[in-house]
Structure formats: C-alpha cells, structure tokens
Ligand binder design. Structure first.
Ligand code: MBD
Ligand code: FE
Length: 309
C-alpha cells in the first residue's frame, strides 16, 4: 500500500467527528481517549489487513463475553489488571511512597457486605474436604505500629476452585468475611485451604486464551482488602509455596512478598488442642499499610460489585 489509509485527511476528519470534536458539548478528556482508541483500532485493522469477516467475528466475541459476564475475567487474563497495579506502583513511587505490603489484583469475584466480626471469624460454612487452615497476623503501619480497628475483608475459593455467590452450590457468604482487627491490630480466622481457580473450558475467556495457546488456571490464593481510617486501602492476595501455577498464573497476580508457606501440623497433641481430629495448616501473615497523603493517587478503586441478595 502506498499511503496509510488511517492517515488520510478524510479518515482523520472522520475520527475527529466520531470523538465529538466538532461539538461544543461533552467531555474533553473522553473525546481525546475515544479519538485515540478509534484511531488505534483503525491502525490495527490496516496494519494487519483485518478483513471485515474477522472484525465481525471479534464483535461477536465481545458480545458473548459480555453476555457471559466475563469482561472482569478476560481483563486480568490479558494482563491489564496487573498493568493497572504496575502503573499505580510507579505513580506512588514517583510521589515518594515506599514500603507497605505489595498490592495485587482484586479479580472479578468479590462480593460486598460479607459478615463482619471483631478480631476473629470462621469462614467455612459449607462442608468441604479441605485441609483446615488457621490464618492470623497483625496490621501495622510502615513503622510497625499496630492498626486497631482495621477491616480485613477476606474471600477465597473452596476446594473445587469455586467462589460463593458465583457458584450456586455454596451458601451465601461461604468463605467470605470482614474481620475488624483487635486492640493490637491483630486478625485471625479459621477456614480451609482453597484450590486454584480455572476458567470454565467452554467460557468465552478460555476460548480466547486457547486461541493464544494459553491455559486459564490460577494458583490457589486468598484475597484481601485491608482498610483503616487514615491509611491507603490495600488490595492484595497471598499464594502458596509449591503451587503448580505459582508462576504460571493466567491473571499474572503472583508477587514477591505475597508468597506464603502454610505450616502443616500433624502432631496429635496439637490437633487435639485445636479441637480437631485431623492435621491442619497455619499461616502467619502481617499486613503493612501506607498512610494516606494528599499528593498520592487515589487508592480506592470504584468498580461495580455484586451484592448477595
Ligand atoms: C479468580 O479467583 C481471580 O482471583 C481472578 C483474578 C480471576 C479469576 C478467578
Ligand atoms: Fe480469586
């Protein structure tokens, strides 16, 4: 091709009108972003000689993705949710912020308003064969000072990799709790060790991943939001040493500082002391929160969440 079609004056003018530049009303920043996105789309079509049939195949795919409510699943699969973390990290660094527990992606399976309790909670309501887990730790500031009254909002999958609400076989709020830290900033909970999540084989998300030669598996993980007045909200997860997918996460969420080793306890006296009759695991994990400051980028992410009915 002699000249770029996208660069032709007629196309430039088309995209400027698409973005509403010839109109008084509307949002200036949105106009700029739409102009960029549409231009980049046209460039992709031109550079790869995308045929109309290929283009409409992609449109059909996006429609199915939305109908399956999987936009929030493909976004981490494409690494974009992890990129948002990297971008936020860099903006914080440029603003002089350092330290604190690393953030990592929220993912698409959070539910608001999980039961709230003080100091401790039991997360597992439904019968499951998972290894009993006791997890505890302390929330502190970057100087090690405890943060009492912080809310540790925790959610994770069952041993089949399913999350309550999204998996109708589980009871509402199973494996989801909010725990307020005690006067020493401590939280503790009893649950079961989760299994990793895998995209459903017949899902639109897996369809694209497979076309890229990729799997749709996550290592086992436990999600957290940690919030306290005067501190930056932390969104994070922990993963477990030795997990097959630890460094093969389809959502790219594994980070240094977030990998824990559950300690297995098989001593009969310890088992008895916990009121159990089988081995169990413990995890100690402390959260370090950064203080809020006016010059920092907004840490609270506004995002649509499901609410259990
Ligand atoms: C999950 O459990 C998850 O955390 C992400 C990011 C994607 C799919 C399932
Ligand atoms: Fe998850």
């Amino acid at each position: 091709m002699v000249e770029s079609v996208v660069n032709a004056p007629e196309v430039k003018d088309l995209i400027r009108r698409v973005a509403g530049y010839d109109q008084k009303g509307g949002d200036q920043r949105l106009k700029q972003i739409i102009e960029r996105v549409v231009t980049d789309m046209c460039r992709t079509i031109e550079d790869f000689d995308v045929t109309p049939s290929e283009f409409w195949t992609a449109c059909g795919y996006i429609t199915r993705l939305g109908q399956a409510k999987e936009v929030g699943l493909l976004v981490p699969g494409l690494g974009i949710e992890h990129f948002l973390d990297l971008f936020m990290d860099e903006k914080e660094r440029r603003a002089g912020l350092e330290g604190g527990t690393p953030r990592t992606i929220e993912g698409p399976l959070y539910i608001t308003d999980a039961p709230l309790s003080k100091g401790e909670a039991r997360l597992d309501q439904d019968a499951d064969q998972g290894l009993v887990l006791f997890m505890e730790g302390q929330v502190t500031d970057t100087h090690g000072k405890p943060v009492p009254g912080a809310i540790v909002d925790v959610w994770h999958a069952n041993t089949k990799g399913g999350y309550s609400h999204f998996d109708p076989s589980q009871s509402p709020y199973n494996l989801r709790r909010r725990i307020e830290t005690d006067s020493d900033g401590r939280y503790r909970f009893r649950s079961i060790l989760p299994s990793g999540y895998g995209c459903a084989p017949d899902s639109p998300t897996q369809e694209l991943l497979s076309a890229l030669g990729r799997h749709g598996q996550r290592p086992a993980h436990i999600h957290f939001f940690v919030e306290a007045p005067g501190f930056r909200k932390l969104t994070t997860q922990v993963n477990f040493v030795g997990d097959k997918y630890l460094h093969e996460d389809f959502a790219f969420a594994t980070r240094e500082g977030l990998i824990v080793e559950p300690v297995r306890h098989a001593d009969p006296a310890e088992i008895k002391a916990r009121g159990l009759n089988e081995p169990f695991a413990t995890i100690h994990f402390d959260f370090t929160l950064n203080r809020e400051a006016a010059n920092l980028p907004e840490a609270v992410v506004v995002r649509e969440h499901a609410k259990a009915a």
